[in-house]
Design a protein around this ligand. Structure first.
Ligand code: ADP
Ligand code: MG
Ligand code: ZN
Length: 471
């Protein structure tokens, strides 16, 4: 029997606000355990939450970028459950009136993934298990860090599509400046719902939910394992349990964690301590104004205005800091293609696998190198060497060029002497040229460029040759 794979994702993204969502504690990642806490985020009796405006604005900025409708009236709900990382024993979340509904995001396969909702909620703390001593410790620094949960419709058709969706969401959130999308720090994580249905059938099958996947690789491996496991069950006439499973990275397998909970289990009720949110059109327009050019819009601009190739434009926009650096450079020196060429060959390959997201020199210095190469202040190969030195040792481009003898010193005396001689020696060719043999010019250019290395730029040579030949 052949099956279609059906996947729906619930992506949690931590918002990069300075403070938490219901108190003024720092929302920074890390820190000494239990130093970013207060009576509100640890749920002390009588403490009252106050909503963080920035978190709300970030959430609707994301919603608008993904084409969502923004609910003009939105409310919080209390989701009750007990777990030691949740000192209040409930999470403030949103159930039936989330901030954003009905968005979508298209994948490179052409699949349009509908986004059912984006709601705002608070994160839980973190348990640190010390298996050696058999102890567990609770760190509440992360309690109440703002999260958005992005819930898709079950529109995703393969493990690769799921991974692309998660990484695309992360990239867009980074461009929007609302989340740093570092999977390894858990600032973006995904629950993956997987089911199979007979090929072509309309009716969805029973699904398993894989919790808290925190790398692209595990998302792909877990889904592939799940497809295999469910195929076997269905082929043998069995029924897939609706359950929550966990993926074991080392084994590459999933195992049952618990049977699927449903909304009733959480005894949701309207959160009495947090006011409902209403938006005016002006609030929404303000959030819209804070949306920068998104990756696909930057690609469009690079291709149509800057005349880069589609491929080059895509590569540059794959990381926000890369694309920002390119934009900064061309703002200083608007030779779009020349900047892109040196950028792609000399910068991209050096920063490709670094995690720091940092280019160790300024856009101004990089613009200077491109300009020096364009104006033949240095030759193109030496320009590349300058960039290498800027990466490895730092320094200012002009200083590096001088220190290494890269500067082409134009010597007008030498130009006229060399070319006059050359033309005298090859008077026959000069004759040919004047009789209409245009390609002789190229021969003279080649000879003179070689003979005048370090003393003239091709531009100087060309100008002088034209002057004397056309006389
Ligand atoms: P719950 O509230 O029980 O978690 P939802 O209806 O909110 O269920 O769906 C949660 C996620 O599961 C959504 O991303 C949705 O697309 C996905 N999903 C629902 N049904 C299926 C299915 N049969 N197969 C795969 N994913 C599914
Ligand atoms: Mg769910
Ligand atoms: Zn606090």
């Amino acid at each position: 029997m052949k099956y279609d794979t059906v996947i729906g994702l619930e992506i949690h993204a931590e918002l990069s606000t300075d403070t938490k969502v219901f108190c003024s504690c720092s929302a920074q990642f890390g820190g000494m355990p239990n130093t970013h806490i207060c009576p509100v985020c640890t749920g002390q009796p009588g403490a009252l939450p106050i909503i963080n405006r920035a978190a709300v604005e970030y959430a609707i900025r994301a919603g608008l970028a993904f084409g969502c409708d923004i609910n003009r009236y939105s409310r919080f709900d209390r989701k009750n459950y007990f777990y030691p990382d949740l000192p209040k024993a409930y999470q403030i979340s949103q159930l039936d009136l989330p901030l954003c509904i009905n968005g979508k995001l298209e994948l490179s396969t052409g699949t349009v993934v509908r986004i059912n909702r984006i709601h705002l909620e608070e994160d839980a703390g973190k348990l640190v298990h010390d298996d050696y001593h058999g102890e567990s410790w609770a760190d509440y620094n992360r309690c109440s860090v703002p999260l958005i949960e992005i819930v898709t419709e079950p529109d995703i058709k393969s493990a690769e599509e799921a991974a692309e969706f998660v990484s695309k969401i992360g990239l867009y959130l980074k461009y929007l400046g609302v989340c740093d999308a570092k999977m390894q720090e858990g600032s973006i994580r995904a629950d993956v719902n997987v089911s199979l249905k007979p090929e072509g059938s309309e009716k969805l099958g029973d699904r398993a939910e894989l919790k808290n996947m925190n790398s692209m690789r595990s998302i792909i491996r877990a889904i592939e394992y799940e497809i295999k496991r469910q195929t076997e069950i269905l082929d043998n006439g069995g029924k897939v349990e609706q359950e929550t499973r966990r993926f074991d990275d080392a084994m590459g397998t999933t195992s049952s964690l618990r049977s699927k909970e449903n909304a009733n289990d959480y005894r949701y009720f309207p959160e009495p301590d947090v006011l409902a949110i209403t938006f005016t059109e002006e609030d929404i327009e303000n959030a819209r104004r804070n949306i920068p050019l998104l990756p696909h819009e930057r690609v469009y601009k690079y291709v149509n205005e800057y005349k880069l190739t589609d491929e080059d434009a895509r590569v540059i926009t794959l990381e926000k800091y890369i694309s920002d650096f390119y934009d900064e450079t061309v703002a200083i020196y608007p030779e779009y293609k020349n900047v892109a060429n040196l950028f792609l060959t000399e910068i991209m390959r050096r920063v490709k696998d670094t995690e720091t997201e940092e280019i160790p020199f300024s856009a101004k210095d990089f613009a200077k190198v491109v300009e020096m190469a364009d104006k033949n202040t240095v030759n193109r190969n030496d320009a590349k060497t300058i960039i290498r030195i800027m990466f490895e040792e730092g320094g200012e481009p002009m200083e590096i060029a001088k220190a290494n003898g890269f500067i082409v010193e134009v010597d007008t005396g030498a130009i006229s002497e060399f070319i006059d001689n050359l033309l005298k020696e090859r008077a026959d060719l000069v004759e040919d040229y004047r009789n209409g043999k245009q390609n002789v010019f190229g021969f003279f250019m080649g000879q003179a460029t070689r003979g005048l290395t370090g003393k003239a730029t091709p531009k100087d040579i060309k100008e002088y040759l034209e002057k004397v030949l056309k006389g």
